[in-house]
Design a protein. Structure first.
Length: 261
């Protein structure tokens, strides 16, 4: 079963989701960025914002979601284009001044191998800028895993629910820093940052995760089980974080930057 992303649901929290993107942009050195790529570009709105802020002459957004690419196409213009592609396999011939990936790398495995290909795509003095979530130990993630192992959902997964990609794929900050150094990037900057989002109700966290991490379950569950899964998840999550608002959603992310010699 194929379930695509829902851009409208994802963008309900676009201001909060954009915060780490702007912090990532602050790490990028200005000037001389002729050609750039945004891997996992999503709706394309931030791709265009990056091109404008950095003065990029040729920016390409890459994504594998038809729904996201359709939305991104509305932002296309002469210097910004959007293409279908697999970010895990993407590479180029050392001709990019910036490789950007905001909240996308966590969806693919083998981060060292992927980062090696991305670094190979950089021109001399090219920059790598990546942001990944690191919130796999938060109740918002753990509750979904627990629910997926219960019936009637477990049978739909054949007893093997899809793993949390953040828990399975994301490395520690020190591992990313070491990887960048070993790949030849100068002055690697890697930091763990906690973003605090204040929601009116703890139940708003359900809408947040429904637009991101819960999508992996919907890809394997039959359509008639989507809402029952969300209901069970909501009950489990609220039993852990309470029902009183406002709710402070502490969200950990890793920001990664380096420059090629």
């Amino acid at each position: 079963m194929t379930v695509d992303w829902e851009p409208d649901r994802y963008e309900r929290f676009k201001a909060q989701r954009a915060e780490p993107f702007w912090d990532l942009m602050e790490l990028v050195h200005r000037g001389g960025i002729e050609r750039a790529v945004d891997l996992g570009c999503g709706t394309g709105e931030l791709t265009v914002a990056a091109a404008d802020q950095l003065g990029v002459r040729r920016m390409t957004g890459v994504d594998s979601s038809p729904a996201m690419l359709e939305r991104a196409s509305r932002h296309g213009r002469v210097e910004v284009t959007f293409v279908d592609g697999d970010i895990a396999r993407w590479t180029s011939d050392g001709d990019h001044d910036l490789v950007l990936a905001n909240a996308a790398l966590q969806w693919v495995p083998d981060h060292r191998g992927v980062l090696e290909r991305w670094v190979a795509a950089l021109a001399p003095q090219g920059q790598l800028a990546v942001q990944v979530p690191a919130n796999h130990d938060h109740p918002s993630h753990l509750a979904s895993v627990d629910v997926a192992h219960r019936e009637p959902f477990a049978s739909s997964f054949g007893g093997d629910p899809p793993a949390d990609p953040v828990a399975a794929n994301v490395l520690t900050p020190e591992s990313y820093a070491t990887t960048l150094y070993e790949l030849g990037l100068e002055e690697p900057h890697v930091r763990l940052q906690v973003y605090g989002h204040v929601f009116d109700s703890p139940a708003d966290v359900v809408e947040w995760t429904r637009g991101t991490s819960l999508t992996r379950f919907f890809k394997q569950l039959p359509p008639e089980m989507h809402e029952p899964f969300v209901d069970a998840y909501r009950d489990e999550l609220l039993s852990r974080i309470g029902t009183e608002g406002p709710y402070f959603y502490a969200f950990k992310r890793i920001l990664i930057w380096g420059r090629k010699a």
